[in-house]
Write a protein that binds this ligand. Structure first.
Ligand code: A3P
Ligand code: MG
Ligand code: MG
Length: 388
């Protein structure tokens, strides 16, 4: 067992360890029934903000609760493991294999190599661990062909947490949790188009107002990146692109992350709360190189008040000039140090648990299965890799 203790954060302050800019090398879509489409951009969305409060226009206020009764909601109780990510890596590698036959790719370059393969959500939890005292997690990790893969342990830990969240009392005068969640998806639906704006008719743009909100469709980007000595492959959903994806794979992609947040009324406590929220916004966006976050502020009853553009890169320095509730360099340095321990611990056969309990300033890594790869890696992926 390895214990990574971060009671003392002093050693993580200072300039941050080196980071490789995350670059997308493949992607997938889930369609509106949540069916997987590997190497497919069908669910890519294009940012185009809703028109409201514009001087000279008489557009009615935007009610984010509208259409709540017809919300088509993804069943997130299903344990999806790393399946979509692994299927996409396999499809990507199979495509490279064809290029080997054509002579443009060497066979040894087909297998995607990295120290760690995981979902962005898992990395967000590690990146925010030092400053988010409500943060807790249980993940499973295994080592296969030299790569550590890890996912959240879904069933027990995740289900228990969800039940606790759902049982939380709605604050007096506040909206229920499910409604607040809906506002986030409604804001996304009102802020994106299925095609670049220039290819849409006015009717298509206006149709968003009455569109059923369905959170099954997702576009997920898979990037290569690195923190210190550790190389990573990270997959996560991106909400929209500004303009279009550039033609060259070397150019950064102008991704947009969409968020909703309660409008500020000027109370200092609200500023602190928002700064803590920024930690998650920043961590999530930083990991996939999403440069811009559009925050839709709303009234307590879900009416949009304004949209504010945030630059991901500038968030840590804004926080330094604000209430200093967190420090981006500490997040990165702590992550780099933890991943090195993980790499040294998860070696050979078996399954490890990575656990952080709420309120504790340590992450524990311990073996839970002596052999095999648990249910982390699907058999078809292993069969594909063993053929390579
Ligand atoms: P908001 O972030 O606007 O509240 P994401 O921001 O990651 O693209 O997620 C879109 C929406 O999914 C969120 O909108 C929120 O409604 C919901 N959501 C995301 N993560 C959640 C979580 N951990 N618990 C509850 N709802 C979540
Ligand atoms: Mg999203
Ligand atoms: Mg979002």
């Amino acid at each position: 067992m390895a214990t990574f203790d971060f009671h003392q954060l002093d050693r993580f302050y200072g300039s941050s360890t080196s980071i490789r800019r995350p670059r997308e090398f493949t992607y997938f879509s889930f369609d509106d029934k949540h069916e997987l489409r590997t190497l497919c951009t069908d669910s890519l969305s294009y940012y185009h903000p809703p028109v409201f409060n514009a001087p000279g226009t008489h557009a009615p206020p935007i009610d984010l609760s509208a259409g709540f009764d017809s919300f088509v909601q993804r069943d997130d109780g299903i344990d999806e493991h790393l399946d979509a990510l692994l299927d996409t890596l396999q499809a990507h590698e199979e495509q490279l294999l064809q290029d080997v036959q054509g002579g443009s790719v060497k066979i040894e370059d087909v297998r995607t190599k990295a120290d760690i393969v995981t979902w962005r959500g898992m990395m967000t939890k590690i990146l925010t661990a030092a400053f988010d005292m409500f943060n807790e997690f249980e993940m499973n990790a295994t080592c296969f062909q030299g790569t550590i893969s890890f996912i959240e342990e879904n069933n027990a830990a995740k289900a228990a947490r969800r039940t606790a969240q759902n049982n939380q009392k709605t604050p007096r005068g506040g909206a229920p949790q499910e409604m607040m969640q809906y506002w986030g998806y409604k804001f996304e639906t009102l802020s994106v188009l299925p095609k670049p704006w220039a290819e849409c008719t006015r009717q298509e743009v206006e149709a968003r107002d009455a569109q059923t909100v369905n959170n099954n469709a997702q576009y997920c980007s898979i990037v290569r990146t690195g923190i210190g000595a550790i190389s990573l492959i990270i997959a996560g959903e991106v909400d929209a692109v500004l303009g279009e994806k550039p033609d060259s794979p070397d150019d950064p992609i102008p991704w947009i992350e969409l968020k909703t947040a309660a409008e500020q009324t000027g109370h200092p406590r609200e500023a602190v709360k928002f700064e803590r929220k920024l930690l998650n916004y920043w961590a999530q966006s930083f990991l996939l190189a999403v440069p811009t976050i559009m925050v839709g502020f709303r009234t307590p009853d879900g009416f949009l008040t304004r949209i504010q553009e945030l630059s991901t890169q500038k968030i840590p320095s804004q926080v330094k000039q604000g209430n200093r509730t967190w420090d981006g360099n500490v997040c990165i340095n702590l992550t780099g140090a933890f991943l090195e321990i993980l790499k040294r611990t998860v070696i050979g056969d078996g399954v490890w648990r990575i656990r952080r309990k709420q309120g504790e300033k340590r992450i524990e890594v311990f073996k839970v299965e002596e052999v095999g790869t648990g249910s982390i890696l699907k058999p078809s992926f292993k069969a594909h890799r063993e053929k390579l």
